[in-house]
Design a protein around this ligand. Sequence first.
Ligand SMILES: CC(C)(COP(=O)(O)OP(=O)(O)OC[C@H]1O[C@@H](n2cnc3c(N)ncnc32)[C@H](O)[C@@H]1OP(=O)(O)O)[C@@H](O)C(=O)NCCC(=O)NCCS
Length: 228
Amino acid sequence: MPRSGARRVLTGYYTAAIVLIVGWRGSSAVGLKLTGPALADLTIPIQTARLTLRAFTADDVDAVHEYQSLPEVARYQYWQPRSRDEVAVEVAKWAEPDGPPEAPVSLVFAVTLKDGGALIGDTVLLFRDWEARQGEIGFSFNPAYAGQGYATEAAAALLRIGFEHFNLHRMFGRCDARNERSWRLMQRLGMRREAHFREHALFKGEWDEEFYYAMLSREWADLVRDEA
Ligand SMILES: CC(C)(COP(=O)(O)OP(=O)(O)OC[C@H]1O[C@@H](n2cnc3c(N)ncnc32)[C@H](O)[C@@H]1OP(=O)(O)O)[C@@H](O)C(=O)NCCC(=O)NCCS
């Protein structure tokens, strides 16, 4: 995307207002080649201009079920529309730490509106390779709240945490090529389309077309510097 587009996302809507209350106290990892601080140093919830990204609790099952039960939300995910019981299992997993604090496997956040507190989606930061400092982002939102930039705002917060708190080198996201709302979101963030896998797998009975989008830490630094 044109640089000006990414800058608009970071500057106009998000970065100036993203207030990450994270602390940097250096790595507390023992016996691990971590270059970023440990999970224990990350202060959750995370605040952005309009959102609070917080940990999941068992009370969130109904709000998540409201959108994960929808065919349109499940369409390009590796799961089918979920029953309330299935959502309860997922939410219970998300509420627990995934991996050791010094090297988490993933961090899943409930995305809630500051105004009123409604849970509008979930977003995840996956640590794919600690040594090579590779991270992945994912997001899934209730369509009742679509088209207002909330998912982009939450995903921008994940990029900031990944690069600035965990010192990741590269962050990527992937989606079905037909999932235009997903890849447009990643373009809005200033991520580059790195790959288009053509008919490389079967997905829900059809050939899968998959896009990869990514950003390097120096590209993130450029975006942040340009906006200053
Ligand atoms: C992917 C997904 C999160 C994208 O949702 P979205 O509503 O398009 O994304 P956002 O919340 O960031 O909203 C962006 C839109 O709001 C608009 N917008 C309105 N007000 C805005 C504001 N104040 N700030 C920023 N954008 C604003 C943007 O222009 C954009 O509109 P456009 O797409 O018409 O250009 C959503 O479609 C989803 O959850 N899908 C189902 C799950 C899924 O497939 N997840 C991805 C798996 S790979």
